[in-house]
Design a protein around this ligand. Structure first.
Ligand code: COI
Length: 353
C-alpha cells in the first residue's frame, strides 16, 4: 500500500537553540512530529507537522480510563552520516500487542513505519553522534473520545515525536528490591507498554529515591520472591562471568527489544543465558559469596545500565567496579556499534531510512 503523508514543515528550525554536547534526556524535541487519527476504526490521512502542543477535551478518555500506550525506539547515524533505525519492526509488533491488550486499534505496520521513516528523514540533523547518543523516538497512541462513560474509546490518535538524547543513566545505578508495591501480576497487562504501568511506579520509585536509590527492582505479585524488572529496564545478573540469568517472559514483564538483542548477542558469543524465574535470595546469596560479578538493566533509553548496588532488607550489596564488568562492557560496545553501523550487522537488525 502506498502511503502518502501530508507534510507541513516548520518555517524556522529550532536546532540552533540547543547545545548537543549538553543534552538532558527527554527535554529537547526536534522540529516535527507525526500524527494520524483513527476514527471509528478507520485510519485517516497521516501528517507530519511542526512539533507543538495539541488540543484535547477535558473529557478525553485516555486521561480518565488510561487507554494510552507507547514505544521507545532510537535512530542513529552510520559512519557515512546516513540515518538508520534499530529493529523498528519489533517495536511496531510490540505496540500492536499493547494495543490489543488495552482494547485499542491495531495500526497498520506500513503506516507506522512510513511515518517513522519520513519523520526521521526530515529531522535527521537532530540525530546526535557523540558516543552514547541517539535520536530517541517516542511513538504513542491514546484514546480521544470526549465521553465519560466507561467503554473502549471509538477514536484514537497515534503520534511520534523525537528527542536527541544521551544514555538515560550517566552512571551505574543503585537499586532497591521493592517488596510492598506490585507492578503486575498474572492476567494483568505487565507485558504491555501501557502508560499506567509506569504511573504506578512513581510512588515506590520516589520512596526509593528519598532513601538514596536510583531505581527499584519489582518482584512478582504473588510471593515477592522473584525478580521481575526495574522501573525502566529489563534485568540481567551474571554469575562468575559465565552464567547469565534474566527473568523469563511470563506475561508480567516487558518484552524488551534490547533484552532480546542482548540474549542473542550473548548466546552467539558462547555465554549460557538462562531465562527463568530468579529468586531474589539466589541473587543476594551470590552477591554475599562474591559470585555476582555483574548485573545490569537493558532498555532502549538506558541501553545497558550497570547496577552499582542492590538494596535488600536494609542492606546494600555492592557489585564490582564498573570498569571490571566483562559482560556489560562487552554488550554495550557491541550493541551500540551495531546500532551506529560501526560493526557488521550480521543479525540484520539495522534498517536504513
Ligand atoms: C525506553 O527505554 O524506551 C522506555 O520506554 C523506558 C523509559 C523509562 C524511558
Amino acid at each position: 500500500m502506498a502511503i502518502s503523508i501530508k507534510i507541513s514543515k516548520t518555517p524556522q528550525s529550532r536546532i540552533h537553540l540547543f547545545d548537543f554536547n549538553n543534552i538532558e534526556f527527554g527535554k529537547i524535541f526536534s522540529d516535527h512530529m507525526f500524527r494520524v487519527d483513527c476514527l471509528n476504526g478507520v485510519w485517516q490521512e497521516p501528517e507530519i507537522l511542526p512539533y507543538g502542543n495539541i488540543s484535547i477535551a477535558p473529557s478525553l478518555s485516555a486521561i480518565h480510563y488510561g487507554q494510552s500506550i507507547f514505544e521507545g525506539m532510537k535512530a542513529f547515524k552510520n559512519p557515512e552520516g546516513k540515518p538508520q533505525l534499530f529493529r523498528p519492526l519489533e517495536n511496531i509488533k510490540r505496540l500492536n500487542k499493547s494495543a490489543e491488550r488495552m482494547g485499542m486499534p491495531i495500526i497498520p505496520e506500513e503506516l507506522f513505519l512510513e511515518g517513522l521513516k519520513q519523520l526521521v528523514n526530515l529531522d535527521q540533523n537532530w540525530i546526535p553522534t557523540a558516543e552514547g547518543s541517539a535520536l530517541y523516538l517516542r511513538p504513542f497512541m491514546f484514546a480521544t473520545d470526549d465521553f465519560v462513560g466507561v467503554r473502549s474509546s471509538l477514536n484514537y490518535s497515534f503520534m511520534i515525536f523525537c528527542c536527541p538524547v544521551n544514555s538515560y543513566y550517566p552512571k551505574p545505578i543503585k537499586v532497591r528490591v521493592e517488596k510492598k508495591f506490585v507492578r503486575a501480576s498474572d492476567g494483568m497487562a505487565g507485558y504491555a507498554k501501557a502508560a499506567g504501568n509506569y504511573g504506578i511506579s512513581m510512588l515506590p520509585t520516589a520512596e526509593a529515591k528519598k532513601d538514596g536509590y536510583d531505581q527499584i527492582i519489582w518482584t512478582d505479585g504473588r510471593t515477592h520472591e522473584h525478580v521481575e524488572e526495574s522501573g525502566t529496564t529489563n534485568l540481567f545478573f551474571v554469575m562468575e562471568d559465565k552464567l547469565i540469568l534474566t527473568p523469563k517472559l511470563d506475561g508480567n514483564i516487558l518484552e524488551g527489544i534490547t533484552r532480546d538483542s542482548c540474549i542473542k548477542l550473548l548466546r552467539n558469543k558462547g555465554y549460557e543465558v538462562q531465562e527463568r524465574d530468579i529468586s531474589i535470595i539466589e541473587i543476594i546469596d551470590a552477591a554475599k559469596a562474591n559470585k555476582l560479578t555483574d548485573a545490569f538493566g537493558t532498555g532502549t533509553a538506558a541501553i545497558i545500565a550497570k547496577i552499582a548496588s542492590i538494596g535488600y532488607e536494609g542492606v546494600d550489596y555492592e557489585l564490582p567496579p564498573a570498569e571490571s564488568r566483562l559482560v556489560s562492557n562487552w554488550l554495550y560496545q557491541n550493541i551500540y556499534q551495531i546500532q551506529t553501523g560501526k560493526q557488521e550487522d550480521t543479525l540484520n537488525w539495522v534498517m536504513a531510512i
